[in-house]
Design a protein around this ligand. Structure first.
Ligand code: CTP
Length: 206
């Protein structure tokens, strides 16, 4: 199967030297890509800026912004049997990035932000029959309720939800995984490499 995975944060440009981003390390998406290669699948990894080597056997497409990630994913989505959106895509970007470095001024600075495209929701709208679409939900509150809402709203097959009360980018994690048919699986706290292999076995049983 062709498995398309997104990973890492995006960077939304403020000026030539500054950006808005988040603490995603990319480890979960990279571990999923490595597990999918090991399981014998063809893997495309669309990655935001992270400090990780490309898993051997995967094809990596490196991007920076949410718009670049959306374009890269659109370019491969039709051909993918499974799409896993593990990237922490920025929900907002500066409306007009400055072409020159912003100089400090007295007083407050207000940055005007606009929404980025919701890549996963767009994939849910254009999903072809048989294509498996998987999202992630990082929550500090009401994990189950928020995850199920995202599953339905974005027309997903699976959603993997995790608590981020202690922040992002940790080497371990626990997941609660929901299927559109009502199944619910708890994957106990483990290193992301083990978690990724378990999640993949749920989504793609032998
Ligand atoms: N996602 C995406 N495009 C975006 C934002 C998020 O494809 N512009 C994907 C992420 O890769 C993840 C899922 O959507 O798989 C997360 O859903 P989202 O509704 O954005 O959740 P949060 O980022 O947690 O934001 P919020 O809780 O504010 O809805």
């Amino acid at each position: 199967m062709h498995v398309l995975i997104s990973a890492g944060p995006t960077r939304e440009k403020i000026d030539p030297v500054r950006f808005i981003s988040n603490r995603s390390s990319g480890r979960m998406g990279y571990a999923l890509a490595a597990a999918a290669v090991r399981a014998g699948h063809r893997v495309t990894l669309v990655s935001g800026p992270v400090a990780l080597p490309c898993p051997e056997g995967a094809k990596r497409i490196s991007v920076e912004s949410a718009a670049e990630m959306a374009a890269a994913i659109r370019g491969c989505a039709d051909d993918a049997d499974v799409i896993i959106m593990a990237a922490a895509v920025a929900d907002y970007r500066p409306v007009v990035p400055e072409s020159r470095k912003m100089k400090k001024q007295p007083g407050e600075l207000v940055l005007k932000l606009e929404r980025t495209e919701d890549i996963l929701a767009a994939l849910g709208q254009s999903k072809r029959p048989g294509q498996i679409l998987v999202g992630f939900a990082a929550e500090t509150d009401d994990l189950e309720c928020n995850a199920l809402d995202k599953l339905r709203r974005k027309n997903l097959d699976w959603i993997a939800a995790n608590w981020v009360r202690d922040g992002f980018g940790t080497p371990d994690n626990a997941l609660v995984v929901f299927h559109r048919g009502g199944e619910r699986h708890v994957l106990e706290n483990s290193p992301k490499e083990i978690l990724a292999a378990r999640l993949l076995r749920l989504i793609l049983p032998d």
